[in-house]
Write a protein that binds this ligand. Structure first.
Ligand code: AMP
Length: 252
């Protein structure tokens, strides 16, 4: 069927489904293929649900998920010199230096899989980081998941992790099964004091990024104060609109 249709349109006919000529059809296929390589920045305060949405999206679209927070936590766990230096800042809710973060990202983007679609989660977190990213990769679009500060404090302070499976629970919104409750742990930077410090860092260093990306026509804001499924649906809608825009604006 595919061969028959391909032969027909390549010899001057038109594609049956979309009514396109051979050239139009191959251009469309090329553009759709490029779309699989979307490089999206997911912006949001800590606890806005961006990590959860990135995990969903990386499975749905088979893109790689680059989380600087996860990379730093892995470095801390491994006890590397960089991890030990970063830990002090992370425990205090402060941002790790731009230099360290940019080095991590540059190294990660050298992996073979980085040629496919990428979701940047928790990076960039400052305008210098965004400027550096601009030099090493083209960002297709930026989705900002927006949640008010007080809702963030409730979400983060009640967050617990199962160290055996890595599953995240919440004391009120997503209680863990009774039999595993005793083994749950709280991330050391998930206390109210640290959360407020992290929100402060977000407002001074990260929030200006939304305007920075908006000036470049790349920002899409999403209401993140809703269920995981509702936010997921809004994010998918945003990605569909980004893909449509690319389809109509990118060069043949
Ligand atoms: P996260 O899991 O994304 O909330 O990150 C946890 C902590 O890692 C943050 O509070 C920062 O201390 C540090 N961190 C993660 N990503 C960055 C970044 N892009 N720039 C600076 N610090 C970061």
């Amino acid at each position: 069927m595919y061969k028959r249709q391909h032969k027909k349109i390549s010899t001057g006919g038109r594609d049956e489904k979309f009514g396109l000529s051979f050239n139009e059809f191959t251009t469309l296929c090329k553009k759709i293929n490029e779309m699989k390589n979307l490089r999206l920045v997911i912006l949001g305060r800590q606890g806005s649900g961006k990590g959860t949405q990135c995990l969903r999206l990386s499975e749905l679209y088979r893109t790689i998920h680059i989380s600087t927070g996860d990379m730093l936590r892995a470095a801390v766990k491994a006890g590397s010199p960089m991890g030990l230096a970063a830990k002090e800042y992370m425990d205090a809710g402060l941002l790790v230096s731009d230099e360290v973060i940019i080095g991590l990202i540059e190294e990660r983007l050298q992996n073979d899989d980085a040629g496919q679609g990428v979701l940047f989660d928790g990076f960039p977190r400052s305008i210098p980081q965004a400027e550096s990213l601009e030099v090493i990769a083209t960002v297709s679009s930026v989705i900002s998941i927006e949640v008010p500060d007080d809702a963030i404090v409730d979400r983060i302070v009640g967050r617990r992790m199962d160290p055996e499976t890595g599953e995240i629970y919440h004391v009120s919104f997503k209680p863990a099964p009774t039999e595993i409750q005793d083994r749950l742990v709280q991330r050391p930077d998930d206390t109210e004091e640290t959360v407020r410090a992290r929100l402060g860092a977000y407002h001074t260093q990260t929030a200006p990024l939304a305007d920075w990306y908006s000036e470049r026509g790349l920002l899409i804001r999403i209401d993140g104060d809703a269920s995981i499924e509702q936010v997921g649906a809004s994010v998918e809608e945003a990605i569909a609109s980004i893909s449509c825009c690319l389809l109509y604006t990118s060069d043949a």
